[in-house]
Design a protein around this ligand. Structure first.
Ligand SMILES: Cc1ncc(COP(=O)(O)O)c(C=O)c1O
Length: 455
């Protein structure tokens, strides 16, 4: 956006009608209080009163519906397939449980996510583990738990597995561990640099010319069951042709490594982008699946197992973040400050992602101002929305930041001693707490060795 002489050039206000396309599927104007937004049949004012703010709110019915678009859509197109929830996008125990209920498998990136998945009761036979720097402890945890698949990133990890596989005493001890190898397909995804993972310079996986040696090692080891290859080209990708291009590269691996013999499994990762603003254009789940499956039909063996790993596109739209306005300052620019910020919503600063904000208790008012919607962390970069159209906000108003269901909770931190917000699922007029808000006691708990001690 442009600024002239310190004044913000207004961004045209989206119409309320346009906003429905980025708010949760079950967001609506409340019947009884038509100036207030409701989600899943619960008003934001009720949610703020009951649970406090900032608050991560998820439309559970919309979330389940979006999951089924993926599971049913992929099964119809390619029956021998599996949809893995990329749990880094929303690592909450309640979400792992919901994912399992909806028939998703899950991928975890490391020991912490594995612990959460197991605590949620996810069947280890539906868990896959990622990571470019897995430790001995994490691999041992995965083997003890008997997870389905480890996605091997590099040769050092194979050294570790060679040491650990004969030692573990888990339920599947002495049985071969299913492994995939992550390869770098050499597709430079059109997205923010921090979200591109499939180009030649990627830190994840092995280049195709090094894959053969790693695969030969796995095939030769009696406790390793090499099933196939994995790739992931990046996140927030809006051009489905890039996914098709990545799938096409897999036929090169097959040709080079196996003399054209197909692998059992191909995992083509996640990365489908979502619509964050009313003017964004994002592909539908159907368009994405059509592109991937058409490429798979062209390049992969028809009997191969096809895996996808969506994260953002499963959870982003179902979730919003609810804040309360704590101050309004007019200094040439209008700063509307809320009770959260960079500590619970890092994506704006990390990737430059633009979000849309709604003054959610003032839906009937004209959007007459263009404001800097800022957080409370001590960084000028703590800017949630640059030039957000909005009615003239007052202290105590409620702000909904739309499409923040993915990577918001993931990246939450304690900057300035911020407490991680609670997570609430709403639906059919009710709400349930999925994760409680952190307390100051939680914040101090890990510092217990220093509390009361003298220097
Ligand atoms: C290996 C892997 N799979 C899946 C995903 C999910 O990506 P997205 O949330 O963009 O769908 C990621 C995220 O970066 C990833 O690293």
């Amino acid at each position: 956006m442009d600024t002239h002489g310190g004044h913000v050039t207004p961004v045209p206000a989206p119409s309320l009608d346009a906003l429905w396309s980025i708010l949760p599927e079950n967001a609506a104007i409340d019947d009884a209080t038509p100036e207030v937004l409701s989600i899943g049949g619960v008003t934001v004012t009720e949610l703020a009163e009951q649970y406090g703010t900032p608050l991560y709110v998820y439309d559970e019915v919309g979330l389940r519906r979006q999951i089924r678009r993926f599971t049913e859509g992929l099964r119809e197109r390619w029956p021998n397939s599996e949809v893995l929830f990329a749990s880094k996008s929303f690592p909450a125990v309640g979400m792992y449980r919901l994912a399992q209920e909806e028939g998703l498998s899950v991928d975890v990136a490391g020991g912490g996510e594995l612990q959460m998945a197991l605590a949620a009761g996810v069947d280890p036979a539906r868990i896959h583990m990622h990571g470019n720097a897995k430790t001995d402890a994490e691999l041992a945890m995965a083997l003890e738990a008997g997870i389905d698949t480890i996605i091997v990133d590099n040769a050092d990890e194979l050294d570790r597995l060679e040491r650990l596989l004969p030692q573990h005493t888990g339920a599947r001890a002495s049985m071969p561990q299913q492994l995939l190898l992550r390869v770098i397909p050499g597709v430079a995804a059109k997205t923010h640099a921090s979200q591109a993972t499939g180009g030649a310079e990627s830190k994840f996986g092995l280049p195709l010319d090094q894959a053969a040696e790693a695969i030969a090692r796995m095939r030769a080891h009696p406790l390793m069951d090499f099933a196939g290859v994995h790739l992931h080209i990046g996140s927030q990708i809006l051009d489905v042709a890039q996914f098709a291009e990545a799938v096409s590269k897999l036929s090169n691996v097959t040709d080079d490594v196996s003399g054209g013999t197909a692998f059992r499994t191909y995992d083509v990762g996640g990365g489908l982008g979502v619509k964050y603003t009313t003017t964004d254009d994002a592909p539908s789940v159907d368009a994405y699946l059509d592109a991937i499956v058409a490429a798979a039909r062209e390049h992969l063996h028809p009997d191969a197992r096809l895996l996808i790993e969506p994260g953002r596109s499963l959870v982003a739209r179902a979730g919003v973040t609810l804040y309360r306005v704590t101050s309004v300052k007019r200094t040439g620019r209008t700063f509307v400050a809320v009770d959260g910020g960079l500590a619970d919503q890092m994506d704006a600063a990390l990737t430059g992602q633009r979000f849309e904000a709604v003054l959610a208790n003032r839906l009937a008012d004209d959007w007459s101002e263009s404001v800097q919607l800022v957080g409370r962390q001590c960084e000028s970069g703590d800017l949630l929305v640059d030039g957000a159209p909005m009615p003239e906000a007052n202290v105590g108003d409620l702000v909904v930041l739309a499409t923040t269901g993915a990577y918001g909770y993931t990246l939450a931190n304690n900057y300035n001693g911020a407490l991680k917000p609670a997570i609430v699922f709403v639906g059919d007029g009710g709400s349930r707490l999925v994760a409680r808000r952190e307390t100051y006691a939680d914040l101090l708990a890990t510092h217990e060795p220093s509390i009361g001690s003298t220097v």
